[in-house]
Design a protein around this ligand. Sequence first.
Ligand code: FAD
Length: 397
Amino acid sequence: MKAVTVVGASLAGLHAARGLRAQGYEGRLVIVGEERHRPYDRPPLSKDFLTGEAEPGEGLGALALTDPEEEAELDAEWLLGVRAEGLDAAAGEVRLTGGRTLRTDGVVIATGAAPRTLRTPDLTGVHTLRTLDDAARLRAELRAGAARVVVIGAGFIGAEVASSCAALGLEVTVVEAAPLPLVPQLGEEMARVCAALHSGSGVRLLCGAGVATLRGTGRVTGVELTDGRVLPADVVVVGVGVRPATGWLEGSGLALDDGVLCDEGCVTALPNVVAVGDVARLAQPGTARTVRAEHWTSGVAQGAVAARNLLAGSTVEPFGALPYFWSDQYGARIQFAGRREPADTVRILEGDTAGGGGFLAVYERDTSPTAVLGVNRPRSFTRLRRELARAPQPAGR
Ligand code: FAD
């Protein structure tokens, strides 16, 4: 390969680019990114960045994922503020905004995901949170006299935003359509424990509540629920999940189904096109399932695996890392690792779920551990996560 194009200049794209160079690729390396920024870290955007005292400056500061020395070593051409509009893999071309095309032998798709939105009137004061620019806009409004915040969606991002707003002293209501948030990720018992963190910090959580529309003229003034209640709001944050950013791949011939379909080594049906990070949907060896992870660590680890398989011309290494994510809410560090299924049981190993001191829980299938959850138990969680990664995984049901 003489030229590789990485589309998406963020976490997974950067790690794929690093992986290519680490494995001896010396050809042309182009990184195309729609955002004007160099790669930066997203997890702090819903946490410290919102609550932080320091004004976000022009540079990326502590959010930066690269430094000048590393960028020089990477020896890549950065096309930032430029969108890829299409891929013609047979012709070896990536089409960019403005009609320009890039000739390329290999492609890394790393375009991540974009927030879902609601079909509601277009009003100021309504935010989604994915990018640094989104976070800077939200942060500015939270500090410009907002008193009441309504967060729509109690997933991890919604919960973290609610927690940050509460830490800023704002009155926060979280609206969740499901009877209980986070059940698909944590199961009902542990989801209930995490949902209680909201009320423990004075945040109102309304479950089973649908949003009918937003109120306001020009600027949002409230959220109207389907049961007729109106929640007054100066700022509304919509955190109702994401859609993988695959629009630019329509017509490319690649299989798209809530992500770019890949084998277990991040390779698409075309051996010179790989996909990594939030946009990639990977086959699960030994099952008919496919999985798309929206976790920081998956984005990092898939980059190296995809780079190896792209250079090899076929999958020589599967991506087998145990799924892992963390979330920081209301002073609690929540950590989860493993592959739980709905029928798995859960057992508390340390601490208790009622007190504020944290706990460690293990999920089991036929007495074999499948996943581990820790709340403020980083050391024992890490030990169990390592053990779980080494153990053979029990068969799925
Ligand atoms: P992204 O980071 O989304 O990057 C994709 C890039 O591609 C973007 O810059 C986008 O602009 C660009 N792009 C899209 N389309 C095009 C195109 N057509 N042409 C060119 N460029 C394009 N994970 C955890 O495990 N723990 C956490 O606590 C946590 N907190 C988070 C908090 C927030 C606010 C967010 C948004 C995410 C958080 N995550 C967390 C998830 C984690 O950040 C993501 O899994 C990770 O960013 C995925 O990296 P990625 O490179 O695949 O995608």
